[in-house]
Design a protein around this ligand. Sequence first.
Ligand code: NAG
Ligand code: NAG
Ligand code: NAG
Ligand code: NAG
Ligand code: NAG
Ligand code: NAG
Ligand code: NAG
Ligand code: NAG
Ligand code: NAG
Length: 896
Amino acid sequence: MDGWPAAKSVLLLMAAAATWISFFLVTDASAGAVTCIRRERDALLAFKQGINDTGDELGSWQPGRQDCCRWAGITCSNVTGRVIGLDLSRRFSLVGQISPSLLSLEHLQYLNLQSTSLCGHDGRIPEFLGSLKNLRHLDLSYIYCSDTVPPQLGNLSKLEYLDLSNMEMDLIDISWLAHLPRLMYLDISYMNLSSIADWPLVVNMIPSLKDLRLSYCSLSSTNQSLTHLNLTNLQHLDLSLNYFGHPIASSWFWNVTSIEYLDLSDTSLHGPFPNALGNMTFLRQLNFYHQSFGTGNTATMTVDLKNLCDLEMIWLDGSLSSGNITEFLEKLPRCPSNRLQELKLSSNNMVGMLPNRMAHLTNLSSLDLSYNNITGAIPPWLENCTSLSYLSLSSNSLTGPIPVGIGSCTILDILDLSYNDITGAIPLGIGNFTTLRYLVLSHNLLSGHVPSKIGMLGDLIDLDLSNNNLDGLITREHMVSLKNLRHMDLSHNSFSGPLRIETGAQFLLELSLSSNYFSGHIPGSICQLRNLLVLDLSDNFLEGELPQCSHELNLVFLLLSNNGFSGKFPSSLRNYSSLAFMDLSRNNLYGTLPLWIEELVQLRFLQLSHNLLYGDIPVTISNLQHLHQLSLAGNNISGVIPESLLNLTSMAQKDPENSEDDMSAWYNNNVGKFRGVWQVVMKRQELKYGAGIFDVVGIDLSLNHLIGEIPERITSLDGLLNLNLSWNHLSGKIPAKIGAMKSIESLDLSRNNLYGEIPASLSELTFLSSLDLSYNNLTGRIPPGSQLDTIYTENPSIYTGNIGLCGPPLERNCSGNNSLEHVNQPRRDSVYEAKMFFYFGLGSGYVAGLWVVFCAMLFKKAWRVAYFRLFDKLYDKAYVFVVLTWGRINGKASTS
Ligand SMILES: *[C@@H]1O[C@H](CO)[C@@H](O)[C@H](O)[C@H]1NC(C)=O
Ligand SMILES: *[C@@H]1O[C@H](CO)[C@@H](O)[C@H](O)[C@H]1NC(C)=O
Ligand SMILES: *[C@@H]1O[C@H](CO)[C@@H](O)[C@H](O)[C@H]1NC(C)=O
Ligand SMILES: *[C@@H]1O[C@H](CO)[C@@H](O)[C@H](O)[C@H]1NC(C)=O
Ligand SMILES: *[C@@H]1O[C@H](CO)[C@@H](O)[C@H](O)[C@H]1NC(C)=O
Ligand SMILES: *[C@@H]1O[C@H](CO)[C@@H](O)[C@H](O)[C@H]1NC(C)=O
Ligand SMILES: *[C@@H]1O[C@H](CO)[C@@H](O)[C@H](O)[C@H]1NC(C)=O
Ligand SMILES: *[C@@H]1O[C@H](CO)[C@@H](O)[C@H](O)[C@H]1NC(C)=O
Ligand SMILES: *[C@@H]1O[C@H](CO)[C@@H](O)[C@H](O)[C@H]1NC(C)=O
């Protein structure tokens, strides 16, 4: 209570002060005699009349508010009180006319209508703008009027700044620009100038030009010859996104030594850069990157740049056809000031080694040499690059260890050395990178233990050490302080011991520890990763059951295949209601599939193959309305194929208009770049997929004890790419309408008791590339069709073991003579081997050579351990190629 009177007096004082201040403001406004003149106020009100101002942008423009100098967007001269500026830019809701009343603003110097919807009364840019004689700055960018720009703008003889970019117009005449002798800034980017061949001659008549922007103007060439170069003041030249199909050296601007900023990105200029570039001593930034990977590599750069002391940035990504990095770096500026900050040379077919000494690069903040063919070791000079924040040497052929001294680059933000052949251990100095956010060392030959200091990188968002030879334990220290981690990938290494997931990374989205030697149980601490979306622990020695969390988990991807998990189908999964992608294949799960599986309503991908599951396929499976891929192969499932399975409309072809939730886009938006390599058995192989996995649609029920007929209605699942019902006890006929399954690429019905004829519609399956009908009781003529002939040529055993089949391509003709049966006889042995191999458990037909070895490995862990390490390293590069290829040609294109 004591404080109250004091507070009251403070309030009183404040109120008094406020009164004083407002009094002062009012008197100031009225005393400073400078208010707008009536004629101009009326002109502005008339201008407002022509505008439909739904956003009330011009609410302050009122007849009652005398001083128009205080209206929105108006600037007056502080000497004469005349309106000198009108800025309505980015007031998107202004729609209507530019009224001629503007002409009353005789002193107008600045007019900016950018991103409004204002045009003349006839929908064009009004010609009278050319009568605003005092105009110095005119910005009409991003307004959409009809026709073209009126040449009357050439009367604006005081104009210094003109922005006509992004008006979506054709410019058929720009000669009037030559009448603007004071013009310093000209931007006509994103306007169509295709009909103006002599544009350099026109701009050359404006010697005052400092800044010229002609990006995306459909200009066809820049090799015009100029007898005399007027543009001695030009500092900024942007010709990006035009297709100039001629040599770089023949361009007209190389003698313009005043240029500071030169943007030639995506211009398809080719051939060598001219030596004149070495004389552009004011140059600060050179952009010559090419965005469409692999199509712009047509230039070369061997110019000596040593005199370009102001050079700050060189971006040449994806544009050079060849180069030697050793020589390139030698030719970079050598000046006392060392200004070069950014050097981007990604995807340029560069060879050579990084030199050992590079004193002139100590100011680099960004160095990107990724996707080249650079050999040799990572140079020690990087340790002197104390300004470096971005370093990518990814995807080269670098060898040797990571230099120990790299620990002095303590400001590093992004370090990417992935896809090289770097050996040795991860240096201890890594703990010095306290600001590092991205550490990507994957796909190298790194070995030894991971220093526990890595756990001190509290800013780390992305940690990718996958595909190396790293070993040892992952301890609490490795992870406990990684508070900001979102992605962690330690897959394909030799880490062992128990899983320790005690991390402070509460935002962790993605955790991949697959293909290591982790053993023991999944710890309950996994329950604390409440934001985790992707958990990949496949291919380890984990056992026991899944932890029972007390709350729902957000997991969307759960990959636990090829471990030793046992027990019944885990009831703890009922808490994982967001699961879309679950792979529990190749474990020792036992018992029946529970009816409650229908509660996992988001499931799209369900692989339970090669476990010890038995009983019927639960009818509730039809409630999984997003299911795209179902594999129960290699269990002891019995009973019939339930009709309800055929209600899975998610496996029917989609109406392209009504395309469903795109899992790949979801992944990009919520998790990040898809880096996984996930597997599906199809076409007699274990196919490895990248993000293309999301487009796989298939049913694999092979190697079970299913009885009954193949339901005719299965043909309504016409989105299926893969259907494998082999090695069951199915009887009856092949559904006559099998030809309706238009998408199918791989069909395996072998090793059942099917009888009757092969439906003729089978030959309508134009995408079919793998077929197996062997060892049934099929009879009659084989349907003709070039597709089936091709498949037969590639694999003549597809009809074997059906005594009653006849006609081409078999040698047995259909007259009822069975004498040619022996032709198929010799194949029996190899089929017998294949059968043995199947009982090891891969599924899907006869697989030759390497695949047999490969698959046997999967089930003999001791062999796998030895073999896979070697195999992995050998196949890493091919592997990536396969994944990329599959991503690209996913689905139908691959077989058409
Ligand atoms: C003003 O714009 C609104 C919204 O676009 C429209 O409904 C209205 O008819 C317009 N008024 C005039 C006078 O054009
Ligand atoms: C008037 O404005 C100009 C430029 O905005 C400024 O330099 C000048 O000092 C101002 N004069 C007065 C009297 O406020
Ligand atoms: C150089 O500029 C001047 C002034 O605009 C002009 O008269 C002259 O024709 C220009 N020279 C060339 C070669 O375009
Ligand atoms: C550019 O400079 C070279 C050498 O200085 C000269 O031969 C050439 O004529 C010049 N080109 C133009 C267009 O001025
Ligand atoms: C570079 O400038 C020097 C001196 O101004 C001149 O002699 C030389 O010809 C120029 N080189 C090129 C390639 O333009
Ligand atoms: C690259 O250039 C250096 C220096 O000229 C040379 O020694 C080396 O052989 C070149 N490397 C290749 C692969 O051409
Ligand atoms: C890299 O260079 C080596 C040797 O010069 C060559 O054999 C290899 O094909 C090159 N690789 C690529 C991807 O260009
Ligand atoms: C780093 O810079 C220091 C001082 O400039 C120099 O003595 C040393 O040789 C440099 N180290 C490397 C590896 O370039
Ligand atoms: C860590 O950085 C400090 C200072 O920048 C340096 O003295 C030390 O050698 C670095 N540690 C390692 C292991 O590189």
